[in-house]
Design a protein around this ligand. Sequence first.
Ligand code: 5CU
Length: 379
Amino acid sequence: MAPPPVVDIHTHLYPPPYLTLLSSRTSIPLVRTFPSSPHPRLILLETELPALELALRDPSAPLPGRPLTPAFTSIGEKLSFMAVHGITTSVMSLANPWLDFLGPAEAAAMAREVDGAFEEMCAAQKGKDRKLYFFAAPPLTAGIPALLEYLSELAGKYKHCRGIILGTSGLGLGLDDTSLLPIFHKLAALNLPVFLHPHYGLPPSVFGPRAETGEYGHVLPLALGFPMETTVAVARMYLAGVFDAVPALRMILAHSGGTLPFLAGRIESCVRHDGKLMGSGKKRGRTVWEVLREQVYLDAVVYSEVGLRAAVEASGVERLMFGTDHPFFPPVGEEEGAEVWDSVKLNVEAVEKALGKGSEEAGMVMGGNAARVLRLFDE
Ligand code: 5CU
C-alpha cells in the first residue's frame, strides 16, 4: 500500500528570471553581494533597510537580510529537502513580495515567466515519486481586465496550477477594496483558492528603536508583524462583506491565519457591540466563526501544539494543511548545515502532539486535506 501523502502547501522558490530581476535592483526587494559573505544577501523587508544602509557604508557592520542560499532558487534543493523530510508533494509558490513592486507591463511579463518556470518544474516530475504543483503569481498591477484574462488562462496553460498566491496589499488599497470583487468572483468561478501570505508586516516604528538597529534580528517583524498583517487583511475583508458577496471564494491563510483563531471571538464581539455597525440597519451576514469554517483553510505553520489546537478549533481539522515555509527558517548557529530542519520538526511535532501521532486527524492535516482540497492526485 502506498504511504499516506505528506503535502507541503507552504513552500517557496524564486525561479531564475525573478532572481535576475532582484539582482539588478537598487531598492528593496534586492539581492546584494558583500565581500564578507559566502552567499549573496536577500533583502526583502522594510525593517531591513537600516541594516542595509549601514552595511553599504561600513564593511564591518553586520550583514543585512538573509543569506541567499541555493535553497531559495534550486528545484534540486527543494526535492532533496522534500526527500529528507518525507514530503511526498509540494505546492510551491513564489516568495514575497511576488510581483507587487513591478509596473504593469513588467508585472505581466514576469508573471508569465515565473508561472511558466513553475509549470516546467512540476511537469518534469511526471512519473517520479515526488510530485510538485504550484500557486500562480498573478500580475496584480497590470489592471483588472489584464488580471481577469490572466486568471482565465491559468487552468488551460498550467496543468499543475492549483490556485494563486496573494499578498495583503491587493491593488494597493488592501483586500477590502471593492475593485477586487470581480477578481474574487473569477477565482471562485474557476475553483482556484487564494493562498494569502503576508509581506508588509507592521510599520517599523511599532517595533521601536532597538529593533531598528537590528538588536532583535528579524524576530519582531516575522513573529508578530507578519501574523498581524494577515489578521488585519482578513478582518477587513470580513467587515467589508467580501465573504458574503463571494461565498464560493476559498482562502488558505498562511501561518494558521496569523492571530485569527485566537482573536476571532474578539472581532465578533467588537462587531456585535459596535453601535455604528449594528445601528446601520444593514442586515448582518455570517459571523466570523462561520466564515472561518466555511470559506477559510489554514496552513499548519504555527510551530506549537497550542497554536495548532486553536487553529483546529477555529476552522475544523478538515481545513488545516501542513506546511514548512521552506526555504525560510533554515538551521542556524551550531545547527547550520544540518540536513533535518528544526523548523519543520516543530510543525510536525505540533500536529502529532495536538492530534495524536499516526491518528486519522494527523494524516488529514499532514496531507489528506491538501490532496482533497487542491486535487493533487488527479494526473
Ligand atoms: O525571513 C523572512 O523574511 C521570511 C519572508 O520574507 N517570507 C516568508 O515567507 N518567511 C520568512
